[in-house]
Design a protein around this ligand. Structure first.
Ligand SMILES: Cc1cc2nc3c(=O)[nH]c(=O)nc-3n(C[C@H](O)[C@H](O)[C@H](O)COP(=O)(O)OP(=O)(O)OC[C@H]3O[C@@H](n4cnc5c(N)ncnc54)[C@H](O)[C@@H]3O)c2cc1C
Length: 455
């Protein structure tokens, strides 16, 4: 299934599970709930539903194997971050809704750890919090604005605190760091171990997973696949970047292709110098920011917020050569003593981007959905799964009152317009990143991009 140009990546390669596909669907079937997509969204939904009502007949349909999509390929940040910043949630749904959404996300970080522990999933979960670092005065200014936006929704020093560079260095010695914020509301995981472990757990709860089964159409009460048709009271669309592969759903989420890499295990001398003892999630404040974690076997796994769009019917997993160059120079900039480290594995995956940068979860006319998390889906998908279980079993709860429930996405422009726009956006971000790093001044391009982004 994996080849040199389309590597599965370090997480899937080292997840310790057999990736041979489970049996596919054999002809037509009838179940209570059909879930399309076996990533975190589909699997957490199956998990919460099976727990809520063990009598439900639940079938998960997956094109490749469980965890083969973004869920087995990401940075492993299980964070309280949402793709939409607090002020955007507040502008759409009001102050109380923005506060409730963040609170739910904070609880979700803990909930993922709790589920791993209860179910015996060894996903290398470590709740060490997150450090956002600034390596220039301009980034420090941005860091301050970021902190202020959380203050407005009631976050205190307990939730995110400004710490000076010296204190931060005792946590992680990032080269050239001038300021930092620390938040305890984040964990890191080995994502493929989580996805694969969860798949086994839901099977143990009586859920069936049919792999190598591609859905082509979803309508109320029915999923059409290349292996037969499934009839179900509720169909859950849990496809994220693959949503556009479904007839009639092409313009809901755009697939954005992004890369990650992992270094070889770094020697004790490196860790003595750098620290990073609590395995905090690490990022910076550049337009093309880095996200990184220290793995359990002493590597740095990291990626950059850069990507390129694809029509949703394609699910890209190839590796582009420029990605390695960009990762290498970031590693050398943040940790000069790791500059010569070997990159042991480089891979890519695809995320789902909604037109208004808002995630959504809901149920209407027998079709349920969740997605649009962009780069913040590891924990959000767990919240989505629990929320979908409440919606499907007809329970009104705190979760079903959250502002993203029932949020309707504005459709993307038809192709190739949508792709051209998003490709332009990513190019502008890279340009802004480069010009800011030599001029030290805010990029005008970035200002323009911010004005063009949806409120
Ligand atoms: C490189 C990278 C780094 C990231 N880093 C982070 C991070 O650090 N923290 C974070 O919170 N988020 C991160 N993300 C995002 C996060 O991984 C996703 O938001 C999350 O995994 C989405 O889960 P999902 O189940 O909704 O989608 P997916 O995991 O993509 O699952 C969808 C599944 O549907 C299947 N599928 C697609 N089409 C069909 C079809 N037609 N029929 C049947 N099955 C189909 C796919 O094979 C896939 O298994 C990152 C993503 C990438 C790619």
């Amino acid at each position: 299934m994996t080849d040199r140009r389309h590597p599965a990546g370090f997480w899937l390669d080292t997840c310790g599970d057999d990736l041979t596909p489970r049996p596919s669907l054999h002809g037509d079937e009838t179940v209570d709930v059909a879930i399309v997509g076996a990533g975190f969204t589909g699997l957490w939904t199956a998990y919460a539903l099976a727990k809520a009502d063990p009598s439900l007949r639940i079938l998960v349909l997956e094109k490749d194997v469980a965890g083969w999509g973004a869920s087995g390929r990401n940075g492993g940040w299980c964070s309280s971050d949402l793709v939409s910043p607090p002020e955007v949630v507040e502008a759409h749904y009001g102050h109380d809704a923005a506060v409730a959404m963040r609170r739910a996300m904070i609880e979700t970080v803990v909930e993922v750890g709790r589920a791993c522990e209860t179910e015996g999933i060894d996903a290398h979960y470590a709740r060490g919090g997150t450090l956002k670092v600034a390596t220039s005065p301009l980034e420090a200014e941005r860091l301050r604005e970021d902190l202020d936006s959380f203050r407005r929704i009631g976050w205190t020093d307990e939730d995110r605190v400004w710490i000076d560079a010296d204190e931060a260095r005792a946590r992680i010695a990032v080269d050239g760091m001038v300021a930092t914020t620390y938040s305890p509301h984040c964990a890191v995981v080995q994502p493929a171990r989580l996805a694969r472990g969860l798949a086994h757990v839901v099977e143990g709860l009586g859920v069936r997973i049919a792999e190598s089964t591609t859905a082509t159409a979803i309508v109320p009460g029915r999923v059409r696949t290349d292996r037969g048709t499934v009839r179900a009271d509720v169909v859950v669309r849990a496809l994220e970047g693959g949503t556009g592969s479904i007839l009639g759903h092409e313009r809901l989420l755009l697939a954005v292709h992004i890369h990650m890499g992992v270094t070889e295990p770094l020697p004790p001398s490196f860790w003595d110098e750098v620290g990073w003892r609590d395995r905090e999630a690490l990022s910076d404040m550049r337009p093309v920011f880095v996200y990184a974690q220290r793995t359990i076997d002493d590597r740095i796994a990291f990626g950059l917020a850069r990507g390129h769009p694809h029509p949703g019917s394609l699910t890209p997993t190839y590796v582009v050569p420029t990605a390695e160059r960009a990762l290498r120079s970031t590693l050398a900039r943040l940790f000069p003593s790791a500059a010569g480290a070997r990159i042991d594995s480089l891979w890519s995956g695809y995320v789902g981007m909604s037109r208004d940068w808002f995630p959504s979860v809901g149920l209407k006319d027998g079709i349920a959905w969740a997605g649009g998390y962009f780069g913040d889906g590891v924990s959000t998908a767990n919240l989505a799964g629990r929320t979908l279980a409440d919606l499907i079993t007809g329970r009104e709860t705190e979760l079903t009152r959250l502002p993203w429930v029932g949020h309707r996405w504005r459709p993307w422009e038809p192709q190739p317009l949508a792709m051209a726009g998003v490709a332009g956006l990513f190019t502008a971000m890279r340009w802004a990143d480069a010009t800011e790093s030599w001029s030290g001044r805010p990029s005008r391009v970035l200002g323009l991009v911010e004005r063009l982004l949806p409120d």
